[in-house]
Design a protein. Structure first.
Length: 502
């Protein structure tokens, strides 16, 4: 995540720049006219795949607030410089459901710990130095030539392992923000999670940290690195947690999707750190000038890793798994990445060990809602892909009842269906893709029931389970058949639950 995201779906990266420079907004991707009406500058379309919705003003809100307060024109021509590719967006990418290809960036530089400096190859000395205060607004992914503010960028999708992963970009950014705040940093969380930071630039000091997450849509819309060279001083670090197939309705092929994620590496320079999955062979061949730091949930030489109940980086123990209150293997990987990035910008290892126990998770991420009619109910509504449901299903007890449904993405279901059969999971399929989903799960031998609506599906799940059982809501499909986003679907699910047991 460049410390990379709302953000969810895409996060804007708002950077400071010197007086006289024109700010640039990170853009949302251009949509095919056969599916979505073209956007015009100053509006944002928020359709689900295959659906038309009315464009409405949105993305310039942060810029307008900034201009109205300062009285200075940010140079709107700068925002439109790359408008031939897509219209600018300064807020979350609401269309990239389940894909916040992060780019969380953590701002101003801190002197790294001695252990971290060992990761830099000979001759790669850090260029850290004093920085002047914020001067003018901008949307740069790094530092201008006149301002030495730093960022750690995080781009890509997060997952528990190479093939079966969980899109935990927002979770990682959320954990990172909590860790840094607990360590005494002033943190600004923007992009997909917090929206545009343009309007807050006057409040962002040179010593503050900014965390921003980007979607694959926004990364795809970035201009060529050469075109950004004059405006970007440097990205301090990038982290691609995983690249799984998603949003093929937009990117067409897994290769194109990966290419969009890979673009964050092109912005890093020889003094940057690139946190990359140690087990993803594809990324070993991805070009980058940055120093590679592998990470994994096993010992990795010279890398960031989890082993024997602890998180390790640069010879330091950054925390203990027993202190992490978030369930699931994928959340441990999220925490590992967040700890590594926090340490990279100067957070003390001892302070991080203390802070880890205070971390809380985001809603709808394997969230235990409690016991209802004797059944434990788990809300994993954020899942819009089979891979993310797979990552959670393998964590729950055998015999669980799984609720899946919505609008099917162009993604294979066979491994999820196989796991459901192996674990003796019963399945209730709902929504637009219910018959297709039910057919694939039934073909693997799982007990499967079809329900038209979510409320009916929940009622059937209670019928299929007995007291002491578990109901897992992890749709594995987009919500666009009925709901505007996964949060609305999650709210509908929780509203349909009976009263919680005393």
């Amino acid at each position: 995540m460049p410390c990379a995201k709302q953000a969810p779906r895409g996060r804007d990266i708002c950077r400071n720049h010197s007086r006289g420079s024109s700010p640039r907004a990170r853009s949302s991707p251009k949509r095919k006219s056969t599916i979505h009406p073209p956007q015009r500058p100053g509006t944002r379309c928020e359709p689900g795949p295959g659906r038309r919705r009315q464009a409405r003003p949105r993305h310039g809100a942060g810029l307008v607030r900034r201009r109205s307060r300062s009285g200075a024109s940010p140079g709107f021509h700068g925002l439109l410089r790359h408008g031939d590719r897509s219209s600018p967006r300064l807020g979350p990418d609401r269309n990239a459901q389940g894909s916040r290809g992060p780019a969380a960036r953590v701002g101003p530089g801190r002197t790294p710990p001695a252990g971290l400096r060992q990761h830099r190859p000979p001759g790669r000395q850090s260029r850290r130095r004093a920085r002047p205060p914020v001067d003018r607004p901008g949307t740069q992914l790094g530092r201008s030539h006149h301002q030495r503010d730093r960022a750690v960028s995080r781009g890509g999708t997060r997952a528990a392992d190479l093939r079966h992963g969980y899109p935990g970009k927002s979770s990682t950014a959320h954990i990172l923000a909590q860790l840094l705040r607990s360590c005494g940093f002033t943190v600004h969380l923007g992009g997909n999670m917090g929206g545009s930071l343009l309007h807050a630039l006057d409040e962002i000091a040179a010593s503050d940290c900014c965390i921003v997450e980007l979607s694959s849509y926004q990364l795809e819309a970035l201009p060529d690195p050469a075109a950004l060279g004059a405006r970007i001083e440097r990205i301090e670090a990038v982290c691609i947690t995983n690249v799984l197939a998603d949003h093929l309705e937009r990117h067409a092929t897994p290769e194109s999707y990966a290419a969009a994620k890979r673009k964050i590496l092109e912005l890093a320079d020889e003094d940057s750190l690139a946190f990359l999955p140690a087990d993803d062979r594809r990324m070993k061949d991805w070009p980058t000038r940055a120093h590679r730091v592998p990470f994994a949930d096993r010992p990795v030489e010279g890398g960031l890793f989890q082993d024997e109940g602890a998180f390790h980086f640069a010879g330091d123990v950054l925390g203990y798994t027993r202190d992490l209150r978030l369930p699931g293997r994928f959340q441990r990987i999220n925490a590992l990445c967040a700890l590594g990035m926090a340490h990279a910008v100067g957070a003390d290892a001892a302070a991080l060990r203390t802070a880890l126990g205070q971390v809380r998770g985001l809603p709808h991420r394997m969230e235990n809602l409690g016991v209802f009619r004797g059944r434990r109910v788990i809300d994993n509504a954020v899942s819009t892909t089979p891979d993310s449901t797979f990552a959670v299903l393998r964590e729950v007890a055998d015999g669980t009842c799984l609720l899946v449904g919505g609008r099917r993405k162009q993604l294979p279901l066979d491994e999820l269906a196989h796991l459901a059969h192996v674990k003796g999971v019963s399945v209730v399929a709902f929504g637009e893709a219910r018959h297709e989903l039910a057919s694939e799960f039934a073909a693997r031998g799982s007990e499967t029931i079809v329900a038209a609506e979510l409320e009916e599906a929940l009622a059937r799940a209670f019928e299929l389970t007995t007291e002491g059982g578990c109901i897992l809501f992890s749709p594995a499909c987009s919500s666009f058949d009925t709901y505007p986003n996964f949060r609305a679907r999650a709210e509908a699910f929780q509203n349909a639950l009976p009263p919680r047991d005393p």
